[in-house]
Structure formats: structure tokens, C-alpha cells
Design a protein around this ligand. Structure first.
Ligand code: ADP
Ligand code: ZN
Length: 230
């Protein structure tokens, strides 16, 4: 895996699976999974300066201002573990952020995850995360036409996180009113980025229509084909 670079952006509505697939694909490509949402949540939990600044935005489901977000991202991808590239999950989320990213670095491929809106709401409501390590689970059992997205439960019979034994909780912003606001923000501010990357020839749209492990394989294959990287 030494000697190549791969810089990937995952795009899609909240709940489309960006976190789940990034988490699975990152170790296979040997590049870090960077979630601005995770960085912000951790800062809030620790009560850092950044955390104090962004808390209200996260609670209301609105976007953290571009200025703050771009700075955080810039610092994160200048870390040594990003030398061979990275997977961005949840950034960019505005046209402004996408343009700023192009000033900082060259993105190879943008994966747009597509899922009907009814299912997105179900998936968000069913999402559970490990309180300690952030690993994602889902209790929703979705059947929609031919589409079946089974739950993603821990293997651990105690119902705790497989990785670290932590408790599985619902995210504060996965409550119904906040979900609605986040979807609205996605349509208004984030969807315009799709066109932006389409024009650059970097966009690949992927239908979310299979269980998580299968989806991760499918996406990995697309990344390898499009970038020629193993
Ligand atoms: P999801 O994709 O499930 O909505 P994230 O974990 O990506 O959740 O983001 C959670 C929250 O963190 C967002 O609702 C927003 O307040 C903030 N956030 C994350 N990434 C960004 C970003 N790139 N720009 C602005 N705000 C962000
Ligand atoms: Zn855990």
C-alpha cells in the first residue's frame, strides 16, 4: 500500500451511510477516516474552546460556520497520518467548503450515496453509536420494495460495542425535530455540491441497496477502478 495517494470524499444526506462505509473502507485502503462531525462531537464532549463554539450548531442541526469548519479540516489533513490520503465524511457540506478544499488539495473521487428520503429518516432514527469509540450500529430493519437493509447490531450478546464494550446510545441530533432540520440544511446547502463535482468529472453515484458489508465491497471496487489504486 506504500507509495500511492488516494483522497476520497463521501457525499450524501445524513443517514445515507457515509460514516458506516468510511469506517469499513478506511482500514482496507490504509488511509484515515476523517469525520468533521466526530471531531466536533469530541470537542463538545471534552468542553474545549472549539467545543464551546460549535455546541449550539450541533444541537440545532444547523451547520457550523465555514470559517471554523475549513480551519479544522485544514489542520486535520495536515497531520502525518494523512500523507497517503484520507476519506472525508461530512466535509465539504457547502459550496464554499468544496472550493476551499480545492485550494488545499486535489480530490480523486467523490462518492455520492443515494437512498430514498423515507429510508433516510428510518435509518437516522435507528442509528446507535458507541458512547466511547463512536462505532456505528443500527437497529432499523428496512424493507422497501426489493430493497432490504437489515439492522447492524453488535455481535456482543451483552448489547454493547464489539470494539470496546462501550454503551450504545442515540445521538442527540438523531431526534425527530433535529433530523428534519438537518435534511433541510442538506437540500439547501449541501446538494449544490453534487453539480460542482459532477462538472469536475469526479462524481460517482452509488445506490444504497445492500447490507453494509456488501456496500463497502461495492464502493471499494469503484474506488479501485476509478483511481487505479490498490
Ligand atoms: P450526519 O452526516 O449524520 O448529519 P455528522 O456527524 O456529519 O452527521 O455532523 C453532525 C453535525 O456536525 C452537523 O449537523 C453539523 O452541525 C456539524 N458538521 C459536521 N460537518 C460539518 C461541516 N462540514 N460543515 C458544517 N457543519 C458540520
Ligand atoms: Zn466502542
Amino acid at each position: 500500500m506504500v507509495g500511492f495517494m488516494v483522497k476520497i470524499v463521501f457525499l450524501g444526506a445524513p443517514g445515507s451511510g457515509k460514516g458506516t462505509y468510511s469506517e469499513r473502507i478506511s482500514p482496507k485502503l490504509g488511509v484515515p477516516h476523517i469525520s468533521t462531525g466526530d471531531i466536533f462531537r469530541e470537542a463538545v464532549a471534552k468542553g474545549t474552546e472549539l467545543g464551546k463554539k460549535v455546541k449550539e450548531y450541533l444541537e440545532s442541526g444547523s451547520l457550523v460556520p465555514d470559517e471554523i469548519t475549513i480551519q479544522v479540516l485544514k489542520e486535520r489533513i495536515s497531520q502525518p497520518d494523512c500523507e497517503k490520503g484520507f476519506i472525508l465524511d461530512g466535509f465539504p457540506r457547502t459550496l464554499e467548503q468544496a472550493k476551499a478544499l480545492d485550494q488545499i488539495t486535489d480530490i480523486d473521487i467523490v462518492i455520492l450515496l443515494n437512498l430514498p428520503e423515507e429510508l433516510i429518516v428510518k435509518k437516522l432514527a435507528g442509528r446507535r453509536v458507541c458512547e466511547k469509540c463512536g462505532k456505528i450500529y443500527n437497529v432499523a430493519d428496512i424493507s422497501y420494495g426489493k430493497l432490504r437493509l437489515p439492522p447492524m447490531l453488535p455481535k456482543n450478546p451483552e448489547g454493547v460495542c464489539d470494539e470496546c464494550g462501550g454503551r450504545l446510545v442515540q445521538r442527540e441530533d438523531d431526534k425527530e425535530e433535529v433530523i428534519r432540520e438537518r435534511l433541510k440544511v442538506y437540500h439547501e446547502l449541501t446538494e449544490p455540491i453534487i453539480e460542482y463535482y459532477k462538472n469536475q468529472g469526479k462524481l460517482v453515484t452509488v445506490e444504497v441497496d445492500a447490507p453494509a458489508d456488501e456496500m463497502a465491497e461495492k464502493i471499494l471496487k469503484i474506488i479501485r477502478e476509478k483511481t487505479g489504486k490498490e
